[in-house]
Design a protein around this ligand. Structure first.
Ligand code: NAG
Ligand code: NAG
Ligand code: NAG
Ligand code: NAG
Ligand code: NAG
Length: 715
């Protein structure tokens, strides 16, 4: 009798203890990793998360099976095992996004997602079956513990079908080992035309995570707005409003995960003194669409903030930074902490970070832990008190049981089978490079008038460049690569798509490519003002570029290089920078071209020896004689001789002596800064090789908002 009651007590105690324990574990700390364009998998600090999500697989538009691009296959296959090394209890999910194909992006950057693939998939039972079977099989094959569907714009028809899909998917995912199912959804279930099958989601999903950002984007609006405001005193476009709507519609708080953006947006203000929310803006700042990763924002503020700091605004819950006409809103450490407190207060299930590579040395990911630690401390305290009591009770219980010769059957832990972790790819999914338009040879031939000499814009280092015009009037430039690539077709596509992801106002945009008929052609945006050399070395046109315009060009090129070398996903060393590679837009703003080519082609680059002449004159204090006498720097804070001195520093013989782009940038910005005396310049590019290998091996990773993100239309 006594044994029995002690045993009952014992199990009651144990189960409440377990309950405590599992409660502590349900707080989700998830993060997205975008395959292929990120820092190495091994750099992910998995210990800061409970769930890591590998993105993105797609839905094939003809078979409706899950499809992982051949370039991403390698990452998906090792993701689960890789991130488990630093955190053995981490759970991994495979994420599927909108099922767009590579041509969804129109040529001049009008990005239109193609949700119809998902629509048709959910709308037909045999399509759903293909999708469900292949997604569940692939997730298990690669050792993922769950699947995530990223679908932000289902309409009312889709919504009904999605409900059916979730029922069927859940049934299929429930076989052992059970897969977690999650979905990324709009911040509000009622915004515009979106419609979600709330009952089915409630029943089938482990959680839904809110894409609680990208509400206002500078590429789409001309009045400033905060892209991830928790509260908004003057409109319903806020995370708090969205969450209240989800709850009001009956979606449970304990299945809602709050999305935290690790990126912000830079706007260009019409009036720099008018730097508030809701003021006139003329478009994005700093990058093409204004998006900037947190890491990039921090570096930008440090280098260009002139000591100004971002401010935290608790009315919206956002960090704001203004410098001249640039206005940036983003989630800094204070914002993340406030949002975590909010999520706790609302009893949400946790948070997910989008996306990890934008974090700055894990500062935001750590900030997200802080509030939670308070809870952990309480739990730890509870454990400290309960554990000795439990041990004593267990001891007494087992002693009594021992004397009564009654064995207590210990409740064995559920034996969790580990899913298959074969890295061998069972299926080969092919897909084109995302974000890029694939052109057919015949289209390009027609658009360039059969590569006519009248359409020829020039002959670059890698082959002739032609102007093309599509039937709808859109103009582009196509480079017909004559050099043979050192890499195969797949690598070519891969490399081109990486290059296309480098987006900055001072970089020429890559729009697509053509690889038909053994051709390697790259399609770029067309700039009517052609290249810088046509101005610099022309006796008449050189006067178009007065000193102020040249300073603007120098600054633009510096920004472009800084981005390529420091802030982009992949550190890129140009290796062939010259006036003919600097193109000018309508307003004579510079755009660097041919970046990323060094990786595709081997090319012996001869450095011009103007560096030497300038240096001789510099040494003899005759620097001014080297300079175009028409240039007048008297009214500019940026002085000619300073620029020349910085330029000479950059071509010094020993690469170790040369300043970094960050240093160059600050020397040009700050005229009070002492500039070192340059040493002898290099006469050949030989020394560069070493510098490049050492720096590329570092693969510095800053990523601003991924281009794919901008497809996720706001609101
Ligand atoms: C991709 O989508 C576009 C627009 O919906 C369509 O015209 C094209 O045929 C699709 N291409 C493939 C390969 O599915
Ligand atoms: C929902 O979207 C799909 C795909 O875009 C379309 O075929 C369907 O007609 C839409 N339904 C409604 C009710 O708008
Ligand atoms: C802002 O955009 C709206 C609609 O796109 C347009 O009507 C308005 O003129 C624009 N305002 C400014 C200041 O550009
Ligand atoms: C915000 O939403 C509430 C509740 O749905 C509605 O009553 C109100 O009119 C909305 N306000 C605005 C500015 O749209
Ligand atoms: C936040 O910004 C708004 C708009 O600029 C301003 O009205 C408000 O006072 C600010 N709130 C705080 C707490 O700084």
């Amino acid at each position: 009798m006594a044994t029995k009651s002690i045993r009952v007590l014992f199990f009651i105690f144990l189960s409440s203890f377990q309950l405590e324990f599992s409660d502590a574990q349900t707080w989700i700390k998830a993060g997205y990793w975008l395959a292929g364009r990120e820092f190495p998998l091994s750099d992910i600090n998995s210990a800061l998360f409970t769930h890591l999500i590998c993105a993105f697989a797609e839905v094939d538009s003809s078979t409706y099976q899950l499809s992982i691009s051949s370039a991403n296959q390698q990452y998906f296959s090792i993701f689960a095992n890789s991130v488990r090394r630093k955190n053995p209890s981490i759970k991994t999910l495979l994420s599927i996004w909108n099922g767009q194909n590579s041509t969804y992006q129109s040529i001049l950057g009008n990005k239109n997602i193609n949700p119809s693939v998902l629509s048709s998939m959910v709308g037909d039972s045999s399509h759903r079956k293909s999708f469900i079977e292949s997604s569940v099989r692939t997730a298990r094959l690669y050792g993922f513990q769950g699947i995530d569907l990223f679908w932000l714009w289902p309409n009312s028809t889709d919504s009904n079908n999605l409900g059916i899909l979730l029922d069927e998917w859940k049934a299929s995912a429930s076989d052992q080992p059970e897969l977690t199912l999650s979905m990324a959804v709009r911040y509000s279930p009622t915004h515009e035309t979106v419609s979600y099958p709330i009952d089915s989601m409630k029943k089938n999903l482990n959680w839904a995570h809110l894409v609680a950002y990208d509400y206002h984007m500078p590429s789409k609006e001309n009045v400033t707005g905060i892209h991830a405001a928790l509260y908004n005193p003057s409109s319903n476009i806020s995370t708090d409003f969205g969450i209240r709507e989800w709850l009001r519609r009956g979606f449970p708080a304990n299945k809602l995960v709050l999305g935290l953006p690790f990126h912000g947006y830079a706007w260009t203000l019409v009036n720099p003194n008018d730097n508030n929310v809701g003021v006139r803006a003329s478009g994005p700042g700093i990058t093409i669409d204004g998006s900037m990763g947190y890491k990039f924002i921090r570096a930008y503020i440090q280098n260009y903030g002139y000591g100004a700091a971002p401010v935290y605004n608790a009315s919206y819950v956002v960090n704001l930074f203004t410098s001249g006409a640039t206005w940036i809103n983003f989630d800094g450490v204070e914002t993340i902490k406030a949002k975590i407190s909010y999520a706790k207060e609302k009893n949400l299930l946790g948070y997910k970070a989008f996306q990890l590579s934008n974090d700055d040395n894990w500062a935001l990911s750590r900030a997200a832990q802080i509030e939670e630690n308070n809870d952990n401390d309480k739990q730890r305290l509870l454990l400290l008190i309960l554990l000795p009591i439990a041990l004593v009770l267990i001891l007494i219980a087992s002693l009594i049981c021992y004397f009564r010769r009654t064995a207590i059957k210990s409740k064995g832990r559920r034996n969790l089978r580990t899913p298959g972790t074969s890295t061998q790819a069972a299926e080969y999914f092919d897909s084109d490079a995302p974000n890029l338009q694939v052109f057919s040879f015949s289209d390009i031939k027609a658009a360039t008038n059969n590569f006519s000499s009248a359409n020829k814009l020039g002959e670059g280092g890698f082959g002739p460049v032609y102007k093309g015009k599509l039937p709808r009037g859109q103009e582009f430039a196509v480079k017909r690569l004559s050099a043979t690539s050192t890499q195969g077709l797949e690598e070519f596509k891969n490399e081109v798509s990486l290059t296309a992801r480098l987006q900055h106002v001072n970089l020429l945009r890559v729009l697509g490519y053509c690889t038909e008929r053994d051709e390697n052609m790259l399609i770029y945006e067309y700039l009517p003002n052609k290249s810088l050399d046509l101005y610099l070395f022309d006796p008449i046109r050189r006067y178009v570029l007065d000193w102020q315009k040249r300073v603007n060009i120098i600054e633009g090129v510096t920004q472009g290089l800084l981005y390529l070398q420091e802030y982009s996903n992949f550190r890129v060393i140009h290796r062939d920078l010259k006036a003919s590679n600097i193109l000018l837009d309508n307003e004579l703003n510079p755009k660097i071209s041919d970046f990323g080519m060094a990786k595709l082609f081997r090319k012996d680059v001869d450095e011009a020896n103007t560096g030497r002449i300038a240096f001789e004159q510099w040494k003899d204090s005759k620097g001014k004689e080297f300079i175009d006498p028409s240039l007048d720097d008297s009214s500019s804070p940026c002085k000619l001789l300073n620029c020349m001195q910085v330029a000479l520093l950059c071509v010094q013989e020993n690469p170790e002596d040369r300043p970094s782009m960050l240093e160059v940038s600050s020397m040009l910005k700050d005229d009070s800064m002492a500039i070192a005396a340059p040493k002898r310049p290099a006469f050949s590019a030989k020394g560069d090789e070493n510098a490049e290998t050492s720096s590329t091996s570092r693969q510095e990773i800053y990523s601003f908002n991924d281009p794919e993100l901008s497809q996720l239309e706001p609101r």
